[in-house]
Design a protein around this ligand. Structure first.
Ligand code: ATP
Ligand code: MG
Length: 493
């Protein structure tokens, strides 16, 4: 073990938020040892901005509770931990852990219970990577380095502590962590890890709970290096463990959204990890919609059912929380509304709670050269910046094009550049409209609605034999116009 002078490694208490100093100081004052450990120390040493700080101590969870009283909650079963609230921040405080006892590991060697308290040396050897196992005592200006981790920091190498095979067997999630840290820090992976990173090894992930895998997938999506990690997930066989039904192939849409997500994170903007799930599962959703269309199910019903089916399948690998599932299905449902909106609903749609996400999704599809958006991404983009008058003109121009496309027998409206459209057409009368113009303006709307009923009839494709036959109630349901803001999605069962 070597003790490094923290200030010489570029660390100082001035960089630390008051919350973590409060936790360290309170535990020290109560007579316990306390350190900052893990990603916080690693990131500070690398000159990065840590996402959060974790603390570790020789106090047991109940002793931590005594120190912090009502500011502390003990959580977890497999790993018992204390959550300490300091101001508005939450700090995770763990107790030094000893190696697990044999009786609490599964047949495959996976650790099931892990509340065996120990010394700092034992705690160190339980950590995953050398770079994650440095202990920083800010008040003493000391970093305890048990394995020459500083060299791995300098050489940018990701090295597992102990025997890599055993460490992956103990906790297969470490495979995901390997790729996450390699991508996030741009570190190379120790050849000893690469050697054992086989398909048999990644198969162990099938024993990990879908809840835990969802948490890990979120960390992968939100670390700011999604673009870099995606090919790695495929190369190392992790992709098929996380997303069994999604072809291990990065589509231009995924690539584009990954780049966009990473850029947003780098700019400090928020991102919704469920959005990336919506992107990953988009082709599956479309394929499932086609499946129902072929069975003669009406389009709205087909989309609703396809959304449920796809998410239900994904839940066998990663359990997406209910609120996130609802978000994903709303984004998908929004696509057809934005693609072919009824002119009279355009303005209401643009202030819908899910408009922003649905529009971003549509625009990113378009920017990744998906021709099926028919230019509507750009149309909506321009629409949002228009004045009230410009909006009216854009809607009426859209309406005319819509009627024209329908006369040609196409359901999709191929919009020209909306800005160009508004400058080409006669401006609507800003003040009072004459009666004749009013009736002229109404015409396309009525034509559109008759077309609408035509397209509904066209939709009755011959029902093929299969799981859903012509008598199935789903095929008999009428298409009812729904206000998306009032749609309550049912359970995913
Ligand atoms: P991040 O920047 O993502 O927070 P981190 O290294 O802090 O990275 P956490 O998941 O917050 O990751 O875990 C904190 C520390 O706990 C890690 O640095 C590591 O020392 C230890 N740790 C976490 N998960 C594992 C694991 N599965 N096996 C062994 N040690 C782990
Ligand atoms: Mg952390």
């Amino acid at each position: 073990m070597q003790t490094l002078r923290a200030s010489k490694c570029g660390l100082s208490t001035a960089q630390l938020p008051p919350s973590i100093l409060d936790v360290i100081d309170s535990l020290t004052k109560a007579g316990y040892e306390a350190y900052i450990v893990g990603g916080g120390v690693r990131d500070l040493m690398l000159g990065l901005n840590p996402k959060d700080y974790d603390a570790v101590t020789n106090a047991t969870p109940s002793q931590i509770k005594e120190v912090f009283g009502r500011r502390c909650r003990i959580i977890g079963r497999r790993f018992e931990l204390a959550h300490v609230y300091s101001g508005r921040e939450l700090i995770e405080v763990a107790t030094f852990r000893a190696p697990p006892k044999k009786a609490i590991t599964s047949a495959q060697g996976m650790i099931l219970r892990d509340n065996n308290w120990g010394t700092i040396e034992q705690d160190f050897s339980r950590r995953d990577f050398s770079i994650n196992s440095m202990y920083y005592q800010p008040r003493k200006d000391e970093i305890l380095d048990f394995c020459n981790a500083i060299d791995d920091i300098k050489s940018k190498t990701l090295r597992l502590l102990g025997d890599p095979t055993l460490r992956f067997e103990e906790d297969p999630v470490r495979m995901l962590r390997t790729l996450r840290f390699a991508a996030k820090l741009n570190f190379s992976i120790d050849p000893k890890i690469i050697k054992i990173f086989t398909h048999e090894m990644t198969d162990l992930l099938s024993d990990v709970s879908p809840h835990r895998l969802y948490d890990e997938s979120q960390k992968l999506f939100t670390m700011g290096h999604l673009q870099r990690v995606m090919p790695m997930l495929i190369e190392f066989g992790i992709w098929k463990q996380l997303f069994t039904d999604i072809t291990p192939e990065i589509t231009p849409f995924m690539e584009r959204v990954a780049r966009n997500t990473d850029q947003r994170i780098q700019m400090g903007k928020t991102i919704n990890p469920a959005f990336f799930y919506a992107v990953l599962l988009w082709n599956n959703f479309l394929a499932r919609c086609d499946y129902y269309h072929e069975k003669g199910v009406v389009a709205t019903e087909a989309r609703a059912q396809a959304g449920l089916d796809v998410l239900k399948r994904q839940a066998t690998r990663t359990i997406i929380p209910r609120f996130a599932e609802t978000f994903i299905r709303e984004v998908w449902e929004m696509q057809s509304r934005l693609l072919n909106p009824k002119p009279q609903q355009i303005e209401a749609l643009s202030s819908h709670a899910r408009f922003r996400a649905g529009f971003d999704f549509l625009l990113l599809r378009e920017k990744s050269n998906d021709p099926s958006t028919h230019g509507m991404g750009a149309w909506w983009e321009a629409y949002q910046d228009m004045s009230v008058d410009e909006k009216e003109r854009a809607i009426s121009a859209y309406n005319r094009q819509r009627a024209k496309s329908r006369r040609k027998g196409s359901d999709a409206v191929v919009v020209e550049d909306p800005k160009a459209v508004t400058t080409q057409i006669e401006p609507l009368v800003k003040e009072q409209e004459t009666r004749s113009r009013r009736s002229r303006n109404n015409k396309p709307t009525s034509r559109a609605s008759s077309n609408d009923s035509r397209s509904r009839n066209d939709y009755k494709s011959p029902v093929k034999t299969g799981e859903i036959n012509a008598d199935h109630p789903i095929t008999k349901r009428r298409r009812v116009q729904r206000d998306l803001s009032k749609v309550v999605f049912g359970p995913t069962q």
